[in-house]
Design a protein around this ligand. Structure first.
Ligand SMILES: Nc1nc2c(ncn2[C@@H]2O[C@H](COP(=O)(O)OP(=O)(O)OP(=O)(O)O)[C@@H](O)[C@H]2O)c(=O)[nH]1
Ligand SMILES: [Mg+2]
Length: 229
Protein backbone atom coordinates (compact mmCIF):
# COMPACT_ATOMS: atom_id res chain seq x y z
CA UNK A 1 0.00 0.00 0.00
CA UNK A 2 1.31 3.41 -0.90
CA UNK A 3 1.65 5.84 2.00
CA UNK A 4 -0.62 8.85 1.80
CA UNK A 5 1.19 12.17 1.48
CA UNK A 6 0.37 14.28 4.50
CA UNK A 7 -0.39 17.94 4.12
CA UNK A 8 -1.94 20.59 6.35
CA UNK A 9 -4.30 23.27 5.18
CA UNK A 10 -5.84 26.11 7.19
CA UNK A 11 -9.26 27.62 6.62
CA UNK A 12 -9.17 31.36 7.23
CA UNK A 13 -11.79 34.02 6.65
CA UNK A 14 -14.03 36.72 8.05
CA UNK A 15 -16.53 35.74 10.74
CA UNK A 16 -19.64 34.12 9.27
CA UNK A 17 -18.15 33.57 5.81
CA UNK A 18 -18.80 29.82 5.98
CA UNK A 19 -15.49 28.41 7.28
CA UNK A 20 -17.06 25.79 9.53
CA UNK A 21 -19.50 24.74 6.81
CA UNK A 22 -16.58 24.19 4.41
CA UNK A 23 -14.67 22.44 7.20
CA UNK A 24 -17.58 20.05 7.76
CA UNK A 25 -17.95 19.40 4.02
CA UNK A 26 -14.26 18.51 3.80
CA UNK A 27 -13.87 16.46 6.95
CA UNK A 28 -17.33 14.98 7.60
CA UNK A 29 -17.24 13.18 10.92
CA UNK A 30 -13.47 12.93 11.03
CA UNK A 31 -12.88 15.89 13.30
CA UNK A 32 -11.66 16.83 16.71
CA UNK A 33 -12.49 19.90 18.78
CA UNK A 34 -10.04 21.20 21.35
CA UNK A 35 -8.55 24.50 22.41
CA UNK A 36 -5.58 26.44 21.10
CA UNK A 37 -2.69 26.14 23.57
CA UNK A 38 -2.96 28.66 26.38
CA UNK A 39 -6.17 30.27 25.19
CA UNK A 40 -9.83 29.32 25.29
CA UNK A 41 -10.38 29.76 21.60
CA UNK A 42 -11.87 26.62 20.11
CA UNK A 43 -9.57 24.67 17.81
CA UNK A 44 -11.15 22.40 15.24
CA UNK A 45 -9.06 19.92 13.31
CA UNK A 46 -10.15 17.23 10.94
CA UNK A 47 -8.82 15.04 8.19
CA UNK A 48 -9.81 14.28 4.68
CA UNK A 49 -8.41 11.89 2.11
CA UNK A 50 -8.20 12.83 -1.52
CA UNK A 51 -6.12 11.50 -4.42
CA UNK A 52 -3.42 9.91 -2.30
CA UNK A 53 -3.26 12.80 0.14
CA UNK A 54 -4.09 12.75 3.83
CA UNK A 55 -5.17 16.34 4.32
CA UNK A 56 -5.23 17.78 7.83
CA UNK A 57 -7.74 20.64 7.90
CA UNK A 58 -7.60 23.34 10.58
CA UNK A 59 -10.56 25.69 11.05
CA UNK A 60 -9.13 29.05 12.17
CA UNK A 61 -11.08 31.63 14.21
CA UNK A 62 -12.95 34.13 12.03
CA UNK A 63 -11.15 37.49 11.73
CA UNK A 64 -11.44 40.68 9.69
CA UNK A 65 -7.70 41.31 9.73
CA UNK A 66 -4.39 39.95 11.04
CA UNK A 67 -3.39 43.01 13.01
CA UNK A 68 -3.29 40.93 16.22
CA UNK A 69 -5.54 43.18 18.29
CA UNK A 70 -7.74 40.33 19.49
CA UNK A 71 -6.95 36.85 20.71
CA UNK A 72 -8.69 35.41 17.65
CA UNK A 73 -6.42 37.43 15.39
CA UNK A 74 -3.32 36.34 17.30
CA UNK A 75 -4.32 32.66 17.11
CA UNK A 76 -5.16 32.77 13.41
CA UNK A 77 -2.07 34.76 12.50
CA UNK A 78 0.37 32.70 14.56
CA UNK A 79 -0.89 29.52 12.97
CA UNK A 80 -0.42 30.86 9.45
CA UNK A 81 2.94 32.51 10.12
CA UNK A 82 4.57 29.94 12.39
CA UNK A 83 3.03 26.60 11.42
CA UNK A 84 3.29 27.42 7.71
CA UNK A 85 0.44 25.26 6.42
CA UNK A 86 0.88 23.81 2.93
CA UNK A 87 -2.01 25.98 1.78
CA UNK A 88 -4.35 28.55 3.26
CA UNK A 89 -7.91 28.55 1.99
CA UNK A 90 -9.44 31.98 2.51
CA UNK A 91 -13.22 31.58 2.70
CA UNK A 92 -14.49 34.80 1.16
CA UNK A 93 -18.12 35.93 1.31
CA UNK A 94 -18.86 36.74 -2.34
CA UNK A 95 -21.76 38.99 -1.32
CA UNK A 96 -19.28 41.20 0.61
CA UNK A 97 -16.35 40.86 -1.71
CA UNK A 98 -14.57 44.16 -1.12
CA UNK A 99 -14.50 43.89 2.67
CA UNK A 100 -13.45 40.24 2.54
CA UNK A 101 -10.57 40.82 0.13
CA UNK A 102 -8.77 42.87 2.77
CA UNK A 103 -7.90 39.64 4.58
CA UNK A 104 -6.91 37.97 1.30
CA UNK A 105 -4.38 40.73 0.63
CA UNK A 106 -2.94 40.33 4.13
CA UNK A 107 -2.60 36.59 3.56
CA UNK A 108 -0.83 37.26 0.27
CA UNK A 109 1.55 39.59 2.05
CA UNK A 110 2.32 36.87 4.57
CA UNK A 111 3.65 34.78 1.71
CA UNK A 112 1.09 31.99 2.06
CA UNK A 113 0.11 29.59 -0.66
CA UNK A 114 -3.36 31.00 -0.98
CA UNK A 115 -6.55 29.64 -2.48
CA UNK A 116 -9.62 31.87 -2.44
CA UNK A 117 -12.89 30.00 -1.84
CA UNK A 118 -15.53 32.37 -3.15
CA UNK A 119 -18.39 31.25 -0.94
CA UNK A 120 -22.02 32.43 -0.73
CA UNK A 121 -22.24 32.67 -4.49
CA UNK A 122 -26.01 32.17 -4.15
CA UNK A 123 -26.30 35.31 -2.03
CA UNK A 124 -24.10 37.29 -4.37
CA UNK A 125 -26.30 36.22 -7.28
CA UNK A 126 -29.53 37.04 -5.48
CA UNK A 127 -28.14 40.54 -4.87
CA UNK A 128 -27.55 40.83 -8.59
CA UNK A 129 -23.75 40.72 -8.38
CA UNK A 130 -22.03 39.20 -11.39
CA UNK A 131 -18.52 38.20 -10.39
CA UNK A 132 -16.09 37.42 -13.19
CA UNK A 133 -14.30 34.55 -11.44
CA UNK A 134 -11.52 33.97 -14.02
CA UNK A 135 -10.77 37.70 -14.04
CA UNK A 136 -10.65 37.84 -10.22
CA UNK A 137 -8.29 34.88 -10.22
CA UNK A 138 -6.14 36.54 -12.87
CA UNK A 139 -5.96 39.86 -11.00
CA UNK A 140 -5.13 38.29 -7.63
CA UNK A 141 -2.97 35.67 -9.30
CA UNK A 142 -4.36 32.95 -7.03
CA UNK A 143 -6.83 30.10 -7.69
CA UNK A 144 -10.44 31.16 -7.02
CA UNK A 145 -13.12 28.51 -6.44
CA UNK A 146 -16.79 29.57 -6.45
CA UNK A 147 -18.80 27.77 -3.76
CA UNK A 148 -22.16 27.45 -2.08
CA UNK A 149 -20.95 25.62 1.00
CA UNK A 150 -24.30 25.08 2.73
CA UNK A 151 -25.40 23.12 -0.36
CA UNK A 152 -22.01 21.41 -0.57
CA UNK A 153 -21.31 23.00 -3.93
CA UNK A 154 -17.66 23.52 -4.88
CA UNK A 155 -16.09 21.09 -2.39
CA UNK A 156 -14.67 18.82 -5.11
CA UNK A 157 -13.26 21.78 -7.05
CA UNK A 158 -11.66 23.12 -3.87
CA UNK A 159 -10.00 19.75 -3.19
CA UNK A 160 -8.67 19.76 -6.76
CA UNK A 161 -7.00 23.14 -6.19
CA UNK A 162 -5.58 22.05 -2.83
CA UNK A 163 -4.00 18.97 -4.38
CA UNK A 164 -2.68 20.96 -7.36
CA UNK A 165 -1.00 23.36 -4.96
CA UNK A 166 0.44 20.51 -2.89
CA UNK A 167 1.76 18.86 -6.07
CA UNK A 168 3.57 22.08 -6.89
CA UNK A 169 1.50 22.62 -10.04
CA UNK A 170 0.51 26.05 -8.79
CA UNK A 171 3.42 28.17 -7.70
CA UNK A 172 2.74 30.51 -4.77
CA UNK A 173 2.65 34.01 -6.18
CA UNK A 174 5.30 36.50 -5.19
CA UNK A 175 3.10 39.28 -3.92
CA UNK A 176 4.60 42.57 -2.82
CA UNK A 177 2.81 45.66 -1.64
CA UNK A 178 4.97 48.66 -2.48
CA UNK A 179 5.24 50.93 0.57
CA UNK A 180 7.07 53.72 -1.26
CA UNK A 181 10.77 54.56 -1.39
CA UNK A 182 11.39 55.72 2.18
CA UNK A 183 9.62 52.85 3.90
CA UNK A 184 11.02 50.33 1.41
CA UNK A 185 14.55 51.44 2.33
CA UNK A 186 13.89 50.72 6.00
CA UNK A 187 12.22 47.40 5.16
CA UNK A 188 15.31 46.43 3.15
CA UNK A 189 17.65 47.20 6.06
CA UNK A 190 15.60 45.19 8.54
CA UNK A 191 15.08 42.36 6.07
CA UNK A 192 18.83 42.11 5.65
CA UNK A 193 19.36 41.87 9.41
CA UNK A 194 16.59 39.31 9.82
CA UNK A 195 17.97 37.20 6.96
CA UNK A 196 21.32 36.98 8.76
CA UNK A 197 19.60 35.40 11.76
CA UNK A 198 18.96 31.72 10.98
CA UNK A 199 16.42 31.21 13.73
CA UNK A 200 14.32 34.21 12.76
CA UNK A 201 14.51 33.76 9.03
CA UNK A 202 13.40 30.13 9.30
CA UNK A 203 10.52 31.04 11.52
CA UNK A 204 9.23 34.09 9.68
CA UNK A 205 9.13 35.55 6.22
CA UNK A 206 11.82 38.25 6.62
CA UNK A 207 9.88 40.85 4.68
CA UNK A 208 6.68 40.24 6.63
CA UNK A 209 8.57 40.48 9.93
CA UNK A 210 10.30 43.69 8.82
CA UNK A 211 6.95 45.30 7.96
CA UNK A 212 5.44 44.25 11.30
CA UNK A 213 8.43 45.65 13.21
CA UNK A 214 8.09 48.97 11.40
CA UNK A 215 4.40 48.99 12.26
CA UNK A 216 5.37 48.49 15.90
CA UNK A 217 3.21 45.37 16.06
CA UNK A 218 3.08 44.57 19.77
CA UNK A 219 2.67 40.83 19.38
CA UNK A 220 5.70 40.55 17.12
CA UNK A 221 7.82 42.81 19.35
CA UNK A 222 6.82 40.75 22.39
CA UNK A 223 7.69 37.44 20.69
CA UNK A 224 11.04 38.76 19.47
CA UNK A 225 11.95 40.06 22.92
CA UNK A 226 11.16 36.63 24.38
CA UNK A 227 13.26 34.74 21.79
CA UNK A 228 16.20 37.12 21.87
CA UNK A 229 16.64 37.41 25.62
N1 LIG B 1 -26.67 31.22 1.62
C1 LIG B 1 -25.55 30.61 2.02
N2 LIG B 1 -25.35 30.37 3.32
C2 LIG B 1 -24.21 29.76 3.68
C3 LIG B 1 -23.23 29.37 2.73
N3 LIG B 1 -22.20 28.80 3.40
C4 LIG B 1 -22.53 28.81 4.71
N4 LIG B 1 -23.74 29.40 4.88
C5 LIG B 1 -24.43 29.66 6.16
O1 LIG B 1 -23.81 30.78 6.77
C6 LIG B 1 -23.83 30.66 8.19
C7 LIG B 1 -22.43 30.81 8.75
O2 LIG B 1 -21.67 29.68 8.35
P1 LIG B 1 -20.46 29.12 9.23
O3 LIG B 1 -19.89 27.98 8.48
O4 LIG B 1 -20.86 28.89 10.63
O5 LIG B 1 -19.49 30.36 9.16
P2 LIG B 1 -18.09 30.57 9.92
O6 LIG B 1 -17.22 31.29 8.97
O7 LIG B 1 -17.61 29.27 10.45
O8 LIG B 1 -18.52 31.52 11.11
P3 LIG B 1 -17.63 31.86 12.44
O9 LIG B 1 -16.96 30.60 12.87
O10 LIG B 1 -18.65 32.37 13.39
O11 LIG B 1 -16.68 32.91 12.01
C8 LIG B 1 -24.47 29.32 8.49
O12 LIG B 1 -25.84 29.53 8.76
C9 LIG B 1 -24.30 28.54 7.18
O13 LIG B 1 -25.28 27.57 6.98
C10 LIG B 1 -23.48 29.66 1.35
O14 LIG B 1 -22.66 29.38 0.44
N5 LIG B 1 -24.66 30.28 1.05
MG1 LIG C 1 -16.95 28.73 12.39
Amino acid sequence: MRMAKEITIALAGNPNSGKTTVFNNLTGARQHVGNWPGVTVEKKEGTCRYQGYAIKVVDLPGVYSFTAYSIDEVVARNFVVEEKPDAVVDIVDASNLERNLYLAVQLMEMGTRLIVALNMMDQAESRGYKIDVPQLSYLLDVPVVPMVANRNRGTQELLEEIVKMADGEVQPRKFRLDYGREVEEEIAKLEELISQDDELSQRYSPRWLAVKLLEGDEEVVKTLRATKE
